[in-house]
Design a protein around this ligand. Structure first.
Ligand SMILES: Cc1ncc(COP(=O)(O)O)c(C=O)c1O
Length: 394
């Protein structure tokens, strides 16, 4: 059956399921009672699944946040940026040297934010170009680095970094690997344990199709040890709300240090339950199928994609506008075709649009949305042949 109604093909926030919306409309419960601990246990357990960690009990008083792989999950009331700030502020001392290669806005944000808390060297590559691994290796080989921090899936430019290669480099050079996985966790393969990542961050509103304003971090024991050691040495960055040690104290009890985002947590539990019903690998596959359909369709029609061919993301595709088209196309698409995609940021504003293929978006919605995009381009006098869009998504 085809898709009817609006098409919402934005790389987050994505649409939430009815079960998530219903859960968020539950009457208020207290933050410290048993009912909320039930919610936290389910949330922790669902998050461990989404992070691709070893599984845990979803019952309170059972260390739902912890697993045999040694990773813990920490819930953060705030968007992905708050969770990333919690990582950078707690893990590093002001003098720690952290290498941050970037090829888009969110990587640049990691570098910019990191600079508030540690000594960042920013290797700034052009948006959409793959990292120069030779240069990163050479930098790391010079020694004295505390960590490599990256944005794994660069939503602004539609590129996914080769995390396996980077993880191996980190292990070779004995540095911590820190990952903004905000649009990768739950949408494309992430292996925190195999990659020996010290910290991975996810935002609810992206691949897990949860509500905006809540996020989580997966951290290993090295990360915890380091945060504790820095605090003991009296060398830490100032934190209060985002104090990781305060969160660690409450974790065993299925609690958070401050009043949590109770109803957002309730909604996220349902989104994560939808993810586990679908299956993590099945979700990765669906995102891949949608993104490769989008890539092949637009490339066949002669559009240019921003990201390097072999690094293109499966959760977001960045497509350059043909000559003579700008964001007025996007406005028309929204107004006349009830279809939303997102524009570009910074210097690429008005030159490019991005299609999200994450969360619970169905293949049918993607087919319908792409068909409407083509129709809308025809309204702008682009010569687009009549083609069977659905065949790109078989
Ligand atoms: C890869 C990536 N990192 C960080 C962010 C910022 O996250 P938030 O807006 O949840 O704070 C985004 C948001 O789009 C993102 O896509």
């Amino acid at each position: 059956m085809g898709h009817e109604g609006d098409c919402f093909l934005v790389p987050g926030p994505v649409r939430m399921s009815q079960s998530c919306l219903d859960a968020m409309s539950a009457p208020t419960i207290t933050a410290r009672g048993g009912e909320f601990r039930d919610v936290m246990a389910r949330l922790n357990s669902g998050l461990r699944y989404a992070f691709n960690l070893s599984l845990s009990s979803d019952k309170k008083k059972n260390q739902s946040w912890y697993g045999e792989d040694g990773y813990r999950v920490i819930i953060v009331s705030g968007s992905g940026t708050a969770a990333m700030e919690m990582v950078m502020a707690n893990r590093f001392r002001p003098n720690d040297r952290v290498l941050v290669p970037t090829n888009g806005k969110f990587g640049e944000r990691v570098a910019q934010m990191g600079s508030r808390f540690c000594n960042v060297k920013h290797l700034k590559y052009e948006w959409g170009r793959s990292f120069d691994f030779g240069e990163i290796e050479e930098q790391l080989a010079r020694g004295n680095w505390e960590a490599l921090a990256i944005c794994h899936n660069e939503t602004s430019s539609g590129i996914t970094q080769d995390a396996v290669e980077l993880a191996e480099m980190c292990q070779r050079h004995g540095v911590a690997f820190i990952i903004d996985g905000i649009t990768s966790v739950g949408g494309i393969p992430v292996y925190p344990k195999d990659w020996n990542a010290e910290a991975v961050v996810v935002g609810a509103q992206k691949c897990t199709a949860g509500p905006s304003g809540i996020a989580a971090i997966a951290i290993n024991q090295n990360f915890v040890n380091r945060c504790e050691a820095i605090r003991v040495q009296g060398d830490s960055n100032p934190t209060y709300y985002l104090d990781l040690l305060a969160a660690l104290k409450k974790g065993d009890d299925d609690q958070t240090p401050w009043t949590p985002a109770i109803n957002l947590a309730m909604g996220w539990v349902e989104s994560l339950s939808n993810l586990s019903d679908e299956g993590l690998e099945q979700r990765w596959d669906r995102c891949k199928k949608m993104a490769s359909g989008v890539r092949n369709l637009f490339c066949d029609l002669g559009f240019n994609l921003l990201a390097d061919e072999y690094s293109r993301s499966n959760t977001v595709t960045a497509i350059m506008y043909p000559d003579g088209i700008d964001d007025t196309w996007r406005s028309k698409l929204k107004e006349d075709y009830q279809t939303q995609v997102i524009g570009a940021q910074d210097e690429l504003k008005g030159k490019m649009f991005r299609i999200g293929s994450m969360g619970e978006t169905s293949i049918e919605e993607m087919i319908e949305g792409c068909s409407r995009m083509l129709e809308c381009f025809r309204d702008f006098n682009l010569e687009i042949p009549e083609i069977d869009v659905s065949k790109y998504f078989m």
